[in-house]
Design a protein around this ligand. Sequence first.
Ligand code: 13P
Ligand code: 13P
Ligand code: MG
Ligand code: MG
Length: 367
Amino acid sequence: MAKKVTLSVIKADVGSYPGHVVVPPELLDECEKHLEAAQKKKIINDFYVAHCGDDINLIMTHYRGVDSSEIHKLAWDSFKAATVVAKKMKLYGAGQDLLKDAFAGNVKGLGPGVAEMEFVERPAESIIVFAADKTDPGAFSLPFYRAFADPFCTPGLTIDPKMHPGFTFEVHDIVENKKIMLNTPEETYDLTALVGSTGHYLIKRIYRRIDNEISAVLSTDKLALIAGQYVGKDDPCAAARVQAGFPSVGEMIEPFAFPHLVSGWMRGSHRGPLMPVSELDARNSRLDGPSRVISLGFNISDGNLVGPQDLFADIAYDYTRKQAQEIADYMRRHGPFEPHRLGEEDMEYTNLPKILEKFKHRFENIK
Ligand code: 13P
Ligand code: 13P
Ligand code: MG
Ligand code: MG
């Protein structure tokens, strides 16, 4: 059987400056140092350390499969070491996403976000890694649904024989910890009925139906559900294989030309547009936002990463960014009111309940 390469994207926010704006180069250097050493020891083949705002994304290729304890340990140790640097520098939120200090072979459930997939490398294996800041994993539901199930977005669904049979979506109920497999196109309405609830049902993996090949993987980790309180948003990462029977590069990033409303932004408590930007422009300052997404294109060649190409640096996304800023302005004018501020259910994990507690005793029954 042909050898399978693994693409692992593991992310965490372990400190930034000022506030939650950006990861300083010292932290990226620290992670690079660790990954370089692991590359020399042949634990990983190749890597790229990216950042989206205050989140570090470790992009790694190797032959150890998904959920490898060596790879997870490498990521965990890199984040721990970067936290030490962050603490020394007195950065904001040092160690923010390392919620539990109980590493036992896997970072899942400890705070970091994980998106990994294993596949036989194609003659030209093009992939895109996505990372977002000041939002949550539900931010990827609409664009990934559109790229893999909406022919108005992806012409390949209509005219590419490999894509025409559709895709299978693995959807996770992150509240009940259950999963369901749904086939498009025939179960499209069922799929949208679920993933339209962006805080409850999340797309975890997407498979091409013609041969069951893995097409995409997304992080679905929810920090508040792990910690039981607000500890920063669950800024997600994802990876997709593109071209030759998968959505093309352009089809995969096309849904992001619509700056759709997502949860996150200031104090993780607001709705606002998701703005596609270059890695350099992922520096959220206006009200700590608006929420950003980056996309880095690579080719994988014999387990090595060729790239990245910073796809949203394209001036063709300038118009989307302008629209996003207009939407940001419009949403800001709602001030503390919904729907700019999130609904009560999502505010449960913020500090708002502490404020409400203060005047609880002043409520009287209405006769
Ligand atoms: P703090 O209470 O930590 O300042 O949280 C608010 C925040 O981080 C918004 O940027
Ligand atoms: P992060 O989730 O990106 O750390 O941001 C937290 C926050 O409170 C921003 O206002
Ligand atoms: Mg932060
Ligand atoms: Mg963040």
